[in-house]
Write a protein that binds this ligand. Structure first.
Ligand code: 13P
Ligand code: SF4
Length: 304
C-alpha cells in the first residue's frame, strides 16, 4: 500500500469504528493529515473531552494518552505506539514531591502536564506551555513550587514577578540542550529571520527570542506574521508543517538536534494497526488514582 492508500484506509476505518484520532503537532505530516485534531498539549486535552466518538487514539506520548483517559474515563483510549514516553515525565515521582512538599507546606504545587498520572495525585494544578503564565497568575497563593521543567518554570517566573516560584532541576532533554551560542549563530546566519522558541529552552536561548510560545502558538505567530523568514526553536516537525501552510515563507531549524525520538516513534502503520484493533496500547488507570489526578487537570481547564 502507498502512504496515500494507507491514509485512505485509516480514514475509512475510523469512521466505520467511531474512532477519533488526536495528533500532537510534533507528529509527522502523514499522521496529522489523517487526524481529527492536531494541536498543542492544552488543545488536545480540551478537545479530547469534547470528542463524541467512543474511542480515541492518541498519536503523541504516554502522558497525553493518560490525560485523555483521565478526562474521558468512559472512552476507550489507545496510545498508538506504546513505546512513546516523555523522558521529562519520568524525572520526578510521587515520593520525591511528597518529601519536597513536607519541606514547603505553604507552597501550591504546579505540575507541567508532562508528568505521570501518579505524580499528578499530589499536585494542586496542572499547566501546559500555553496556559502556564495565565494559570500561575490566577492562583491565589504567592508561593509556587513549579515542577518538573525548570526552564518553563523560570520563564513563568519572569512573566509573573509577583509570585515566589521555587524550581527543581528537571526539563526536556531535547529543548534544554540547545545553547545560547547556537541561537546567536542562527541569528547571524539568518539576520532577517525572527527567532521563535518554546519555553522549554534555556533562559540563554529564550532571551534572544522574538516570540516565546507553545507549539501551536509558534505556528499561529508564524502564519500571521508579516515577516518572511523564521528560525524555529522547537521540534523539527513545526518548521516542516509551517513550510506546507506558508509556502511563501522560509523556516530554519534552530538546531538539527531538535528531534524528539519519542514523538517520532509513532508511524502511520502504528496508527493503522491501532485503528484495526491489533496494535497500540489501551490505557487503563486505577480508578482511585485517576480520580485524584483528574482534580488538577480539571483545575487547569477551568483556569486556562
Ligand atoms: P506543547 O505544550 O507546546 O504542546 O508542548 C508539549 C511538549 O512536549 C513540548 O516538548
Ligand atoms: Fe518530552 Fe521534550 Fe519530547 Fe516534548 S520534546 S515529548 S518534553 S522529551
Amino acid at each position: 500500500m502507498t502512504v496515500h492508500e494507507l491514509q485512505q484506509e485509516i480514514i475509512r476505518l475510523k469512521k466505520e469504528k467511531d474512532i477519533c484520532i488526536l495528533a500532537h503537532s510534533y507528529q509527522t505530516r502523514e499522521i496529522t493529515e489523517i487526524a481529527d485534531l492536531t494541536g498543542d498539549s492544552f488543545q488536545l486535552s480540551v478537545q479530547a473531552q469534547k470528542a463524541r466518538q467512543s474511542t480515541v487514539i492518541m498519536c503523541g506520548v504516554r502522558f497525553m494518552a493518560e490525560t485523555v483517559k483521565l478526562l474521558s474515563p468512559e472512552k476507550k483510549v489507545l496510545l498508538a505506539n506504546p513505546t512513546a514516553g516523555c523522558p521529562m515525565a519520568e524525572q520526578m515521582d510521587k515520593d520525591m514531591i511528597t518529601a519536597v512538599k513536607q519541606k514547603y507546606p505553604d507552597y501550591t504545587v504546579v505540575a507541567y502536564i508532562n508528568t505521570t498520572t501518579e505524580l499528578k495525585t499530589v499536585c494542586d494544578v496542572c499547566v501546559t506551555s500555553s496556559s502556564a503564565v495565565k494559570i500561575v497568575k490566577a492562583l491565589p497563593n504567592k508561593n509556587i513550587l513549579f515542577i518538573p521543567d525548570c526552564n518553563l518554570g523560570g520563564y513563568v517566573g519572569k512573566q509573573v514577578p509577583e509570585k515566589n516560584i521555587k524550581l527543581l532541576q528537571g526539563g526536556c532533554p531535547i529543548h534544554a540542550r540547545i545553547t545560547e551560542r547556537e541561537a546567536l549563530n542562527a541569528k547571524a546566519a539568518h539576520p532577517n529571520a525572527l527567532l521563535l522558541v518554546h519555553p522549554e529552552c534555556t533562559e540563554g536561548v529564550v532571551k534572544h527570542a522574538d516570540f516565546v510560545g507553545s507549539t501551536s502558538a509558534i505556528m499561529k505567530f508564524a502564519e500571521q506574521s508579516d515577516a518572511e523568514e523564521f528560525i524555529i526553536g522547537t521540534e523539527i516537525a513545526i518548521g516542516q508543517h509551517l513550510s506546507y501552510t506558508c509556502p511563501d515563507k522560509r523556516f530554519y531549524s534552530l538546531s538539527k538536534e531538535l528531534i524528539c525520538p519519542n514523538m517520532k516513534a509513532t508511524s502511520l502503520s502504528d496508527v493503522y494497526h491501532a485503528v484495526c484493533g491489533d496494535g497500540g496500547e489501551v490505557i487503563e488507570l486505577d480508578a482511585e488514582v485517576a480520580a485524584k489526578a483528574r482534580v488538577c487537570i480539571d483545575r487547569m481547564i477551568e483556569l486556562g
